[in-house]
Design a protein around this ligand. Structure first.
Ligand code: AMP
Ligand code: FE
Ligand code: FE
Ligand code: ZN
Length: 276
């Protein structure tokens, strides 16, 4: 039995609906899934019912953008009460800033004589937490670039002309927010961030777990983080970070978190939250 605890839906920059994700998960034989949209939990009600229909355990989650010592890091929250007032407020703030950031990126593109319209990006994104992938897709759709990679490489990557920094919550505040909302706080994909020196201060701030299994972690990287999690007595999570198709195939299920780790995560979650 396996879980995939890192999935994006079209409520952020994923391309699948909750129904599509749950269908894939059932066909792949997964036992449990979590959705972790960037700065949004709007997909959770739909995903909860899709999972119930497909006989899957569901964990409401989120991927928060955070920072520590000037480094960006992604903090996963699991088993959250998505109606917790402060969480609702903070997510709304993230979303307003994301929408303003889209306008700023479009203004920069316009200065480069690329007449993309912000409304075209919002229409395509059709969600409250739009991001760079939506700008990239709008650029492709309008024919200004030939593919998403070209959009990122020419315009949207860090230090490229249409790149606009993102709002980030101080990491300790993000951990506190997750805890206040009844959840567990997990550092996402440490193997792609190269900020291991931040793990001890995050543990100090109350970090609960480490995402040891991830689509971009090699076996050696996963083993390294399993040892690190053990050394810091952190819970272990994992997931594919599926945003939709990758190289023509759905990424969901390509990372299989052994159910034992998921059982330990559930056992650590506050009782009211531990089933879904
Ligand atoms: P944002 O949250 O708006 O900064 O966008 C970050 C998201 O963009 C990541 O979660 C990825 O889904 C996506 N992304 C980042 N770099 C690339 C890239 N080079 N090509 C395609 N997607 C990317
Ligand atoms: Fe993403
Ligand atoms: Fe991430
Ligand atoms: Zn993600």
């Amino acid at each position: 039995m396996f879980a995939d605890l890192h999935l994006h839906t079209l409520f952020s920059d994923g391309t699948y609906t909750p129904d599509e994700l749950a269908g894939h998960a059932r066909r792949l034989g997964l036992a449990a899934v979590a959705i972790t949209d960037h700065d949004s939990m709007e997909g959770c009600d739909w995903m909860a019912s899709a999972c119930a229909q497909n006989g899957l355990e569901f964990v409401p989650g989120v991927e928060l953008t955070a920072e520590l010592d000037g480094y960006e890091l992604h903090l996963l929250g699991y088993f959250l009460d998505r109606h917790h007032p402060r969480l609702v407020r903070e997510l709304a703030r993230f979303q307003v800033v994301r929408q303003n950031r889209i306008r700023e990126m479009v203004a920069r593109l316009n200065q480069l004589q690329i007449p993309l319209q912000a409304d075209a990006v919002f229409a395509l994104a059709n969600c409250h937490a739009p991001g760079r992938p939506h700008v990239a897709r709008a650029l492709v759709q309008a024919g200004f670039v030939s593919c998403l990679d070209e959009a990122f490489d020419r315009f949207l990557k860090k230090h490229r002309p249409a790149w606009v920094p993102k709002f980030k919550l101080p990491a300790a505040d993000a951990v506190t927010l997750v805890h206040e909302a009844g959840g567990l706080a997990v550092m996402a994909h440490p193997g792609i961030n190269h900020i291991d020196h931040l793990i001890p201060p995050l543990v100090e701030a109350g970090l609960d777990g480490l995402e040891c299994f991830h689509a971009k972690h090699s076996t050696a990287t996963t083993e390294y983080y399993l040892l690190l999690a053990d050394a810091h007595r952190l819970l272990v999570t994992g997931g594919s970070d599926c945003h939709g198709l990758s190289k023509g195939k759905p990424l969901i299920g390509t990372v299989k978190l052994p159910y034992d780790y998921f059982a330990r995560l559930k056992a650590a979650a506050p009782p009211a939250r531990s089933t879904g």
